[in-house]
Design a protein around this ligand. Sequence first.
Ligand SMILES: [Zn+2]
Length: 218
Amino acid sequence: MVEVAGARRHVVPPGEGRAVRVSAGAHVQVIDLDGGQVGDVFAFVTEPGRRELTEYLSAAHTRASTSRLFPRVGESFVTTRRRDILRLTGDTVGVHDMLIAACDPPRYAQLGANNHRSCAENLTEALSELDLTYSGATPQPVNVFMRIQVSIEGDLQWWEAPSRPGDSVTFQAMQECVVAVSACPQDIVGINRSGLSALAIDLHPQPARTEESTDRDH
Ligand SMILES: [Zn+2]
């Protein structure tokens, strides 16, 4: 962890995963340091003193809430209990995916690669580093910088990540949570543009009071 321009930066090495605890109101920025790298983002509600995670960011519930394939800036991702968990507050790319499952060992086995790192295992490892556990099926990730083109006929096309070096997506935590990011180790299907590279998770302290929070206090 290093300080970068007032933020606490956690670097996610190529193909690995990291998780950070985030206070309600704080901002989490996921940065594609070198460009062309897909990140699988997961978020779980945390409660003081509780290790087992149960409520998490649900792509399906979010699509129902926003009536979109991916939220617009200003819209929120919701949980399995339909509560806001992250709000999208910044996006320098505008191309992301919430349809494709996290890569996992069976996926790589089907592709002929055994003992390959995967986003599903990266999630488990990253949570255990924080002494947190989750025993359910891997949630549908928020695949930042991933370009899946949906045709009018309903076909999906897999494209390379369009992000440039330094591109980022920023979320504000709407409640206390843990956010996990996997720098996707997929090097067989061509979604990562130029090999595997690192991502950064920048944790920005709670920003200055906004008009919205002022209104709520009245
Ligand atoms: Zn992956």
